[in-house]
Design a binder for this molecule. Structure first.
Ligand SMILES: [Zn+2]
Length: 319
């Protein structure tokens, strides 16, 4: 059933792409083709290309440098030795960067068949398919910096080195295009706390004043509740991004061995054992997490200018 639904989703996506291409030929209703709008190309490395509307050469160089630093940090943290999960052919990523939030909202839906009520998205595609192109889609802020760039880039790395399978194989409750993951959603615990939390943690480093402020807020989450965080149910920006950051940072700092066991399951795509492991943890770490929240420091390190993570103020389900 799953396969049939994927094929149907692909057919619909192909049909929609056809519609977009037809629409693009009609000046009254269309949007210009992606190659025309994002006309600049800049190759950072064998694994990263930037395609943009208006990046300046100095901005391109700064982005390449910042993302290379994030990539290095990721590989150091997880000791990947550059070895992706099995059947992951996403050896390069294309970053698509619109000149403004308005341009993103105007074009990204037609160009990538994605919702634009968010601050940018990573589109993993079907990583086991030859020719699949992993894309991330974002836009420049008024000051020229790129919204969500570091955050989305970590999704690419996490998807390639920590999580077996495509976005629909990972545990969550988003059914949005372009993936159109089948319903019903799997039962919790999901992976949303991890995927969004690690994207925030690596892109921001220890410096995340917004999350640290929440840690001292009166309304705090138990860690065991955060494992059930979803995009639709048990969601909302503060819970998904800031509390996801806190949950991941706590586990990285205090329970690395447990995390490594967890990742040994997710890297193989053994999601039932991932869920069994987290259910087994239960509320075991809740007391320690609560104490840790009281003493967390804002921190001074960050991963550079492109390291700024999701601007949660406008982020709806943006994975
Ligand atoms: Zn995200």
């Amino acid at each position: 059933m799953h396969l049939i639904q994927r094929i149907l989703a692909l057919l619909v996506a192909t049909w929609l792409a056809g519609c977009a291409s037809i629409a693009s030929k009609s000046p009254e209703i269309g949007t210009a083709p992606v190659e025309q709008v994002l006309s600049r190309q800049h190759r950072c490395s064998a694994s990263l290309t930037l395609r943009s509307q208006a990046l300046l050469p100095a901005q391109e160089a700064a982005i390449c440098q910042d993302l290379a630093a994030i990539e290095q940090r990721f590989h150091q943290l997880f000791q990947t030795a550059g070895k992706p999960v099995a059947h992951d052919l996403n050896d390069s990523l294309r970053a698509n960067i619109y000149a403004s939030s308005d341009a993103f909202k105007r074009h990204a839906g037609a160009h990538f068949n994605m919702p634009t009520n968010n601050g940018g998205m990573y589109l993993e595609g079907l990583p086991d398919r030859p020719g699949n192109q992993a894309e991330f889609v974002a836009n420049q802020n008024k000051d020229g910096s790129v919204l969500n760039l570091g955050h989305e880039f970590v999704h690419y790395l996490d998807g390639r080195y920590n999580l077996y399978g495509d976005f629909c194989a990972n545990l969550h409750d988003s059914h949005d295009a372009p993936e159109n993951c089948p319903k019903p959603a799997p039962l919790t615990p999901y992976l949303v706390w991890w995927t969004e939390g690690i994207a925030e943690y690596i892109s921001r480093g220890d410096k995340n004043p917004k999350a640290v402020a929440l840690a001292l807020d009166e309304k705090r989450y138990a860690l065991s509740d955060l494992f059930d965080t979803g995009y639709i149910s048990n969601g909302g920006s503060p819970r998904v991004y800031s509390w996801g950051y806190l949950a991941v940072r706590f586990m990285m700092e205090r329970h690395r061995a447990e995390l490594e066991q967890m990742l040994s399951f997710t890297r193989r795509g053994d999601y039932p054992r991932y869920q069994a492991l987290l259910r087994g943890w239960g509320s075991r770490f809740d007391g320690e997490f609560s104490e840790w929240l009281q003493q967390i420091q804002p921190g001074a390190t960050s991963a550079g200018t492109a390291g700024a993570g999701a601007d949660n103020a406008q982020a709806k389900p943006a994975h």
